[in-house]
Ligand binder design. Structure first.
Ligand SMILES: *Cc1c(COP(=O)(O)O)cnc(C)c1O
Length: 442
């Protein structure tokens, strides 16, 4: 990383919102550079996304036998899109204003196998790596039945190879579970936020867990350095991996189908709003990228971050991406939203997002727990704290985002709007911890 001395005073003069971020208030940042039409970069084309979808289809016969829970969806790892009218009523009652349009939840907290949004990108990248190794070794062709991957022969073959990753928890879970299942030797470098149960679960599955006293960025950096010394090791690079991004981006294609099935129109008179919790940026970025290509000017995408970790907001607003961290402006990066506790965003993703997302907002940890309880009581849905950052989206839009609505000529179309809160994790959280979360008031 280039060393550069950050002139904070000069930066604050250019970007007055930094002062607001420093004082940990609700911040709404509108991206002036968002494009109307779809934005395609040569780095990630629609063909590449379609290719990723095809690869996941090839692997569905493997997934189905290796993880029988997925037999209901024929080995496709997907989640429901669901209206949450009772939660909407609760929010409206508490806030004293209406949220015009329909409120829906994309239920990635319930994605099979890894119980979080990381089941998309993480599993995809490991499968893609495994496919490459097996094809190069002449063990399989794309025309064969991939259920063969679920065999002693393949496990023995993969046991010569290693996979490693740095994580705040959920990516480690996803990579650890799928890699161990295929037979790889796998190491997860866990940052300080990582919850104990996630480490225990991985160790039970034979995964090597290395714990750090430091934050996510340095856990990733350490993991990357160790992996680079070993040619048999594939490092899943959460900050830079195109495969990981492609695995996430497939969700956009699937959402399009789900919206069609639910007979939800997205056009000039029916705007679509999507709210995604953001850590380093890969998961929300991949999804946003595909959705923007599909829906262009009719979609409005916002990323949500905790008060203590608004790294994507800071990176995009200043254009500095990974050259600035939340610590540089005096924030702690300590939040109960462990999946979002990232101080420095991905430059790769941030650059792609410059013209794709409509903005970012920040949310208080105390909201996450109120929302966790509310969602459980009204909809009987359990989502981990990080996943609730998206729930604040429609509220923020009606509070600090009204100028966005006006500027985009949406005022008289809001009754036709669809709001999708993208839930991101929760299904694997142990019962005891769920109870603890449900009783947390901060
Ligand atoms: C990882 C994660 C996110 C954000 O994904 P990034 O790729 O880090 O931006 C959001 N919610 C949960 C629960 C996560 O685990």
């Amino acid at each position: 990383m280039n060393q550069q001395i950050l002139n904070l005073d000069a930066l604050k003069a250019r970007f007055p919102l930094i002062e607001k971020l420093q004082s940990e208030q609700y911040v709404f940042w509108e991206n002036e550079n968002v494009a109307k039409d779809s934005q395609v970069s040569k780095q990630v084309t629609l063909d590449m996304i379609q290719d990723a979808e095809n690869r996941l289809k090839r692997f569905s016969s493997y997934i189905k036998v290796a993880f029988p829970i997925t037999k209901f969806s024929d080995g496709i790892i997907e989640s429901e899109l669901k209206e949450i009218a009772s939660m909407k009523k609760l929010i409206e009652g508490r806030r004293g204003f209406n949220i015009p349009g329909k409120l829906m939840l994309k239920c990635d907290h319930a994605l099979p196998i890894a119980g979080s949004i990381k089941a998309r990108g993480g599993i995809y990248e490991v499968l893609s790596h495994a496919e490459k190794l097996a094809i190069d070794a002449g063990m399989i062709t794309e025309q064969d039945d991939y259920a063969n991957f679920h065999s002693e022969e393949f496990r023995k073959f993969f046991s010569q190879y290693k996979v490693a990753v740095g994580s705040t928890g959920n990516l480690g879970l996803s990579i650890g579970i799928i890699s161990a299942k295929l037979g790889f030797q796998v190491t997860v470098h866990m940052s300080i936020e990582a919850k104990e149960w996630k480490k225990e679960l991985l160790r039970e599955k034979g995964v090597e867990v290395i714990e750090y006293e430091s934050d996510y960025t340095s856990a990733v950096e350490n993991g990357r350095q160790v992996a680079e010394l070993d040619p048999s090791c594939h490092f899943v690079d959460d900050e830079n991996s195109i495969d990981l991004f492609l695995g996430y981006s497939v969700a956009g294609l699937r959402l399009k189908e789900q919206l069609q099935q639910a007979k939800i129109t997205v056009d000039a008179n029916h705007p679509l709003f999507v709210y995604l919790p953001c850590g380093v940026g890969g998961a929300p970025g991949g999804i946003a990228y595909t959705l923007k290509q599909i829906y262009g000017e009719y979609i409005h995408i916002f990323f949500a971050e905790p008060f203590a970790s608004p790294c994507m907001l800071l990176g995009l607003m200043t254009g500095m991406h990974d050259k600035i961290s939340v610590n540089d402006i005096g924030l702690s990066n300590r939040t109960e939203a462990d999946g979002l506790a990232v101080g420095r965003p991905s430059r790769f993703v941030g650059t792609l997002m410059e013209s794709v997302i409509s903005g970012c907002y920040t949310v208080d940890d105390s909201f996450l727990f109120r929302s966790l309880k509310g969602m459980f009581e009204t909809e009987n849905i359990f989502m981990e704290p990080s996943a609730h950052a998206g729930v604040y989206g429609p509220i923020e839009l009606m509070m600090q985002g009204t100028s966005y609505i006006e500027k985009h000529g949406l005022t008289d179309k809001m009754e036709n709007a669809t709001h999708i809160i993208w839930s991101t994790g929760g299904d694997l959280v142990p019962e005891e911890l769920r109870q603890q979360y449900l009783q947390t008031e901060i």
